[in-house]
Design a protein around this ligand. Structure first.
Ligand code: HEM
Length: 306
């Protein structure tokens, strides 16, 4: 009979919790750049508070699961100094309600229950070494930050050459730990709690940093444009979409930076994006911006003012 290693059991038992974390609306908005850069700074500040306790526990308990190559606190400080300034970064260090609960749980168990410490340590650091790497690339692209430089140092591990090998070593250490069945179950439950606390932190931030153009809002705007302004869309695409021969234009999407159409040219359709003059932060600005595009399109096409 083959015995499933604990690390595999743990991963299987908590993968649904992972999916909920991965599907966080806040993370999706952040990684797509739909909310301001301040949201990235706010998450970095919450991370600072969490890693402060986690790394204090790692230090005080001399946990074999921790290593200097993982230590994140100096990187988090440097990121915050870069994002909000050396004089102001400490002002961001106010825990959200969920972070306060997370910190209380860490203080309650991480200094006295080695298995509980590992549950939280695994949850954060293996996450940072895995999905965190995707998150960092997306944030870099969305906000013009550079991987491995201040602003995103939290996600880079320069002292670890091979992240996959490091994670495999970490899992082997978990598999070799002398935890009986009861302890293993307790640790699995604690990892589930860790996921829940992380999701709650993300949801707290999601209440503050709201994407002004969620799918339902875009759908309403599209319906209005396509029902009532189809001819206006054609003019906008002719003047600003690089489609001078457009005969029809159906709005197909938008975000804070531009509006998209499926444009008909000579019987074929082509996707066309028209950038806004500025990044929009509120729904009410869409009407103003699209109206401006329409009037300027008429002028650019040599038509009389409407
Ligand atoms: C956009 C968000 C996320 C993405 C794309 C993502 C993606 C991934 C991927 C692809 C893996 C597997 C890596 C491998 O097999 O080596 C992974 C593992 C992991 N992630 Fe995430 N993740 C995200 C968010 C999170 C969050 C918010 C947490 C919790 C704080 C988290 C915690 C973990 C942990 C603990 C593992 C290791 C699981 C194991 O192998 O035992 N992830 N993630």
């Amino acid at each position: 009979m083959t015995i499933t290693p604990f690390s595999s059991r743990l991963r299987t038992a908590t993968w649904a919790d992972h999916a909920s974390a991965e599907q966080s609306t806040f993370l999706a908005d952040l990684t797509k750049g739909r909310i301001p850069l301040a949201a990235h700074a706010a998450l970095t500040a919450q991370h600072y508070l969490i890693y402060e306790v986690l790394e204090q526990a790692a230090h005080e308990t001399a946990s074999p699961f921790h290593s200097p190559a993982l230590t994140r606190l100096p990187a988090l400080k440097a990121d915050l100094e870069h994002l909000v300034g050396a004089a102001d970064w400490a002002g961001l260090l106010t825990p959200t309600t969920a972070t306060a609960e997370y910190l209380a749980r860490l203080r309650e168990i991480a200094f006295t229950w080695p298995g509980g410490f590992v549950a939280h340590h695994y949850n954060r650091y293996l996450g940072d070494l895995s999905g965190g790497q995707f998150v960092a690339r997306a944030i870099a692209k969305a906000y013009g930050l550079r991987l491995g430089e201040p602003g995103l140092l939290f996600y880079s591990f320069p002292l670890i050459d091979d992240l996959q090998a490091f994670k495999a070593g970490y899992r082997s250490m978990m598999d070799a730990a002398e935890w009986d069945e009861v302890e293993q179950e307790r640790i699995i439950d604690e990892v589930k709690l860790a996921y829940r606390l992380n999701i709650d932190v993300l949801n707290d931030l999601g209440k503050v940093y709201v994407n002004p153009f969620p799918p339902e809002v875009v759908a309403q705007i599209m319906k209005h444009m396509n029902d009532d302004h189809a001819a206006d869309s054609v003019l906008i695409c002719r003047a600003f979409g690089g489609q001078p021969d457009a005969t029809a234009a159906v709005m197909s999407g938008m975000d804070a930076d531009g509006i998209e159409f499926e444009v008909t040219v000579g019987g074929a359709t082509q996707p066309t994006r028209v950038p806004f003059s500025t990044r929009l932060t509120q729904r009410a600005e869409v009407r103003v911006e699209v109206t401006r595009l329409y009037h300027e399109a008429r002028a650019r096409l040599g038509m009389p003012p409407a």
